[in-house]
Write a protein that binds this ligand. Sequence first.
Ligand code: KIV
Ligand code: NA
Length: 275
Amino acid sequence: MKTTSDFLKMKAAGEKIVMLTAYDFPAATFAEQAGVDMILVGDSLGMVVLGYQSTMPVTVADMVHHAKAVRRGAKDTFVVVDMPFGSYHGDSNDALKTAVSMMQETGADALKVEGADDVLAVIAKLTAAGIPVVAHLGLLPQSAGVIGGYKVQGKTAEQAAKLLEDAKKCEAAGACAVVLECIPHQVTEMVSASLIIPTIGIGAGVEADGQVLVFHDMLSYGSHHVPKFVERFADMGSEASRGITGYVDAVKAGTFPAARHFFTMKEEALDQLYG
Ligand code: KIV
Ligand code: NA
């Protein structure tokens, strides 16, 4: 399994880091087999798996439940788990307790938290306790209400400078990587060049040290809104619809199950049965 020091080496060598979200056993298995470097059990599961409108209703228990399944499917891949909305603000001792139990219950390799400012103390505290922390800057879905929706961040010189400062502070606080979400690619380039830790971009351009995408978005699996920066690498949704429609039609038409799906009793037993 790759570790945080391998990710530093990959960045230094210019080798791209591939991260993908996963929320269950089969997805984790596919990701590991395909050579994904890091799996993120993102709180995006609130939308793509649980059908909520945002990440806000997602609980620590939800994250733990899904992360355990992912861990079982990807034993040899670095697994990062999102701390959900409301679980790391307030008292930093409570944040640490929550983080420790998330690590112990799930067997994760790292946790991810959104933002800088007040969150820097959380990054420092968790890191000091031995928990690798991935930071997350730019568009912060857990703060969508405050930001005023899901919009590109860091477009002005002032916002870009603040983002760079925040990224440096996350690194200084001990973060092992930083996710950059939905920012201009020039800002990604600047931040990536200024940090030793890798940047993992989503909607942030090719200049990031790695990329992350949401499993259901990149495979077109589900009917939720898919953002502009996503490439559809496959169309699982169409395949699923095709398969399920075929099943419905076959049962209605009586063509499923066919003889090859049947189990057959021996003649003697049948004779006995009818007497
Ligand atoms: O929850 C998630 O999937 C994420 C990625 C978009 C980075 O945080
Ligand atoms: Na997230």
